[in-house]
Write a new protein. Structure first.
Length: 97
């Protein structure tokens, strides 16, 4: 699975996270181990600043993982190596998907 396909398959995840107030701008993908099959991506969630500021990082990650499990199947999740949460300060160098 490439970045674009994963991005398309995570559309419901992104929409649900946005509706819950978790994300503002989107997500960014970085290949964790280029060339591996299945692909292994770091999914960098660009969190809404107020959610990032007031939510304990462990709880925030738990909330994102819960939404991921509710909105995707195992075939999609096997291509995700990890989820990383970034706030406004970390966004400057990221390419939004």
């Amino acid at each position: 699975m490439d970045k674009q396909e994963l991005n398309n398959k995570l559309e419901l995840f992104k929409r649900t996270c946005s509706e819950k107030g978790y994300i503002e701008d989107g997500i960014v993908f970085e290949e964790a181990y280029p060339g591996m099959i299945p692909s292994s991506f770091i999914v960098d969630v660009l969190g809404k600043q107020d959610w990032v500021d007031k939510t304990y990082s462990g709880l925030a990650l738990k909330q994102l993982i819960q939404v991921l499990w509710e909105t995707t199947d195992a075939n999609i999740r096997e291509n995700i190596f990890t989820i990383r949460i970034s706030g406004k300060d970390e966004r400057q160098s990221m390419e939004l998907q």
